[in-house]
Design a protein around this ligand. Sequence first.
Ligand SMILES: *Cc1c(COP(=O)(O)O)cnc(C)c1O
Length: 379
Amino acid sequence: MRFATRAIHAGQRPDPSTGAIMTPIFQTSTYVQSEPGKHQGYEYSRTGNPTRAALEANLASLEGGTHGLCFASGLAATDTVLKMLRSGDHVVAGNDLYGGTYRIFEQVYRPFGLDFTFVDASDPKNVEAAMTDRTKVVWIETPTNPLLKISDIAAISALCRAKGAISVVDNTFATPYLQRPLELGADMVVHSTTKYLGGHSDVVGGAIVTSDDSLFERCAYIQNAAGGIPGPMDCFLVLRGTKTLAVRLDRHQENAARVVDFLGDHSKVGRVYYPGLSDHPGHDVAKRQMSGFGGMISFTLVDDTEANARALVSRTKVFSLAESLGGVESLIEHPVSMTHGSIPREERLKAGLSDGLVRLSVGIEDADDLIEDLEQALG
Ligand SMILES: *Cc1c(COP(=O)(O)O)cnc(C)c1O
């Protein structure tokens, strides 16, 4: 079956006891056994829950993987991948990452003895040069947050395979509708389901998808041992979100293209960062590995200062000033003082993240209202 059909049906079937077409919210902690050890596949909800299992199967199908695991947040999924490592192990990561990912690497796992090197992963040669015989994981986001840089997933995955490292792609920005890293050779996909997969800004969650049995078993073991699981209600909400992923993203992209055109023509706008632009340095790779360019846009003003950016993001009315992304409603934010505040200024500037950068999560409202709103705010 094709993507939009699997989005609605994969992992789900009418409830056999009632015929309910939607997977019930199995709000239960435990399951009755007919004799010790004899049960119907579920013993305790940290280990497994039918609502969660439906979501895990759904996400595995959408990513083209064989195993899904769901977590209480995207960072709980990231945490689980890192817990497979040991003191002395080395991770090569992109230098333009979600701020919280950088924070858990540097502030939580470095003190446990993991070592991290951050490189501009938009050139695979930088990744290769940073890898050592201790490198166990290469971690990339593509497109990156917030600069929308593109990394070549196939090239980096091949590099990892040759050197015996695990390739992990945070696919939150693209979603499996636009990009499926496992099909390009990556070992693991990580998601914040809080964003496009949930899609309505009403739930926090995360996921891992893989086709590697041993990576799955290790992560499932850690999931159960450490317990960073989502509740059944949260799984239900994400499962409802994925059903409309294809139609929502079509509209997100259509609107983003309109906004990019508008910004490109505006005299007060400096640089526009969007992988769909033909002068974007990652445009060719994006065209090869994505089926669309997504709904995220970043830009600077001609007068690229923090004060100007802060003034702009405070003036929009349809775009709400907030962290997060990927919901039906449009959001605007200033990464330096909001989502990326935990990255030291020097590191930021090295990666090209200027003090005045503004990020948009373009929603699915009427594009004319979005453009009029940006027009009045820029005026
Ligand atoms: C939000 C986000 C995360 C973290 O996910 P949470 O659900 O907030 O824990 C990780 N990666 C990316 C790209 C994100 O946007």
